[in-house]
Design a protein around this ligand. Structure first.
Ligand code: URA
Ligand code: SF4
Length: 224
């Protein structure tokens, strides 16, 4: 028969063995090599030759920002400065975008910034349908990995691509759309705002809508 003292001793040994086993499992779990899907995707974009734009680029422009971003800004394609530096929105339009983000009470490092095309179209011409088709999977994967609450589409190209519509930005903006589980707010491209400063007040309305959505639990969505 097991006496009380012996029973207690057996129970203590059993418990400490269980704790040790649990700790070992946690250690094994943590030491498993992590596959960072975003890094893998970035490497894929760096060497991508899926469309002819690879031959004229200096650098591909993957995108940058917080991996935990609740809001993501999506532009059209890299311009001259972006192609030189390999970073999105670092030219004149980028300066205005940085100010717009600041006016929202945020920093660039709080959000994620990317483009539909990762390589610059020569002379900043409009993206071709075939280039968008070849490239847009990268953007959709970025959206999946970040899982933003709200996506702000900058200009008609980004907004029309993401919503798969031919409606112009003037009809799309000012409303909440949906892309997967994210809410989507199209607005004017900062380069368009530099050319047409009168549109800035509409863009500010759109950014305030983004802020309200970030604050809200849910929001009614206007489908096209
Ligand atoms: N315009 C864009 O659409 N994207 C950039 O990164 C820069 C300018
Ligand atoms: Fe690849 Fe996109 Fe660059 Fe074309 S634009 S080469 S699809 S990364």
């Amino acid at each position: 028969m097991v006496r009380m003292g012996e029973f207690e001793q057996l129970a203590r040994t059993y418990i400490s063995q269980m704790v040790e086993m649990g700790e070992r499992l946690i250690f094994l779990e943590r030491s498993r090599p992590e596959t960072d899907e975003m890094k893998v995707l970035m490497e894929e974009v760096r060497s991508c030759k899926r469309c002819p734009l690879h031959s004229s680029r200096r650098n591909s422009v993957f995108g940058e920002g917080s991996r935990e971003a609740e809001v993501m800004f999506v532009g059209e394609a890299p311009g001259r400065e972006e192609d030189l530096k390999g970073r999105p929105f670092v030219g004149a339009a980028g300066e205005l975008l940085t100010k717009m983000i600041g006016a929202m009470g945020l920093k660039r490092s709080d959000v994620y910034i990317a483009n539909v095309l990762k390589c610059r179209p020569p002379g900043n011409r409009d993206p071709l349908g075939s280039e968008v088709e070849a490239c847009c999977d990268y953007l959709f994967k970025q959206i999946d990995l970040i899982g933003p609450k709200v996506i702000c589409g900058l200009g008609s190209h980004a907004s029309m691509t993401l919503l798969d519509t031919t409606s112009p930005i003037s009809r799309l903006r000012g409303k909440v759309h949906r892309i997967g589980s994210a809410m989507f707010v199209p607005t004017y491209h900062p380069a368009a705002l530099l050319r047409n400063p009168r549109w800035k007040r509409h863009a500010w309305e759109d950014l305030k809508l983004v802020l309200r959505l970030l604050d809200s639990e849910t929001e009614s969505v206007t489908e096209e």
